[in-house]
Ligand binder design. Structure first.
Ligand SMILES: CC(C)(COP(=O)(O)OP(=O)(O)OC[C@H]1O[C@@H](n2cnc3c(N)ncnc32)[C@H](O)[C@@H]1OP(=O)(O)O)[C@@H](O)C(=O)NCCC(=O)NCCS
Length: 318
């Protein structure tokens, strides 16, 4: 029998073991060549799948997630943790609205295809309903699309990662934020929506004391562009220090082009040559006419709308 329960810090080692069990080949972060896991330091392990890849960083990550009152669930069989899911609570303006985002779902290699993943997602759906959140969203890896489709998720928003050259003026007043600033609650993450708004915010602030991660530059600005409130962020890419990922939180109906212009200007001022911008596909034509943008990749946000979903899910003891 599969039991679902909230994760605690005491689960860090077991959660890390679940994630590590799914790695086919460990790779060196610099050469990308296959390597023995024992040759990797904390950064090397992080590179192969994030903070869950070592017990130390998994505990730090879980601690931050739980302190911010997001949700981590584990699936147990006979008292052993066999799967883990993490969900971020987002309360953003339209079109996103109040929703629960599935940011992580991993089932131990030996327990896959036995109902564990479904049980974890159904528990998340149950939690979202109890919290009156309107939807569940996720950005699945391509291998897991069939799994999410089977549970009832549907493609919702197609986003294109486009690269803009850095340069130009900054059209507004912006101030650099201190590192203890809270996430914006009245604005939506509309550029750089990798996963969800709360996850985007987290990425911009350093949470692990790992030198290789500390060396990557991150900056967040708050201010106004043409009288519209904004928050903007830049994050140096590990692979190429001349490039940054750009983030912009804006009101739902504000045009995106002032934020793109500001991110290009801020990127140039910080010494980057280009900035990657993940933007909604329907905004592309407006932005292409003004900026030269080069296509990088496509990301799709999937959703279950809980108001219209007809399934009723049971929490725990599946
Ligand atoms: C993807 C994953 C979470 C699915 O969990 P799981 O416990 O193996 O899946 P379940 O047994 O609950 O499967 C539920 C249903 O989805 C189907 N399914 C499972 N994995 C699937 C996949 N990769 N593609 C298509 N369908 C899949 C199952 O056949 C099952 O269908 P059924 O209910 O009709 O029998 C798990 O395989 C995993 O951890 N994979 C590695 C990490 C990963 O890819 N995580 C997702 C990142 S977005």
């Amino acid at each position: 029998m599969i039991t679902i329960r909230p994760a605690t810090l005491a689960d860090a080692a077991a959660i890390s073991a679940v994630h590590c069990s799914t790695v086919d080949v460990w790779r060196d972060p610099y050469t990308r060549q296959p390597t023995d896991v024992t040759a990797l330091n904390l950064f090397g392990r992080w590179y192969n799948g994030g903070p869950w890849m070592s017990v130390e960083t998994c505990a730090v990550h879980l601690n931050a997630l739980l302190l911010r009152r997001h949700v981590a669930l584990v699936a147990e069989v006979d008292g052993h943790v066999v799967g883990e899911a993490e969900f971020y609570i987002n309360r953003e303006p339209a079109p996103f609205g109040p929703h629960l985002h599935v940011s992580i779902l991993y089932v131990h290699r030996e327990w896959q295809h036995q109902g564990v993943g479904r049980a974890l997602i159904e528990a998340g759906i149950d939690y979202a309903r109890a919290q009156q959140l309107a939807a569940l969203t996720t950005q699945p890896e391509s291998e897991a699309v069939g799994f999410y489709q089977g549970i009832g998720f549907q493609p919702w928003m197609r986003m294109l990662e486009m690269q803009a050259t850095a340069g130009g003026d900054i059209p507004g007043n912006l101030e650099l934020l201190p590192c203890d600033a809270g996430p914006p609650t009245h604005l939506a993450l509309r550029l750089g929506r990798y996963q969800c708004g709360m996850r985007g915010w987290e990425v911009l602030w350093l949470s692990l004391a790992i030198p290789e991660l500390q060396a990557l530059r991150r900056s967040v600005w708050r201010g106004e562009l043409n009288g519209t409130p904004v928050m903007l962020g830049l994050h140096e890419q590990f692979r190429d220090p001349t490039q940054a990922d750009g983030y912009a939180w804006l009101p739902p109906s504000a045009p995106l082009s002032p934020a793109v212009a500001a991110l290009r200007g801020l990127a140039a001022r910080a010494g980057y040559s280009a900035v990657d911008l993940l933007l909604p596909q329907d905004a592309l034509s407006e932005l292409q006419t003004r900026f030269k943008l080069d296509y990088q990749t496509t990301v799709t946000l999937w959703k279950i709308d809980l108001a219209t979903a007809n399934q009723t899910f049971q929490l725990s003891n599946v």
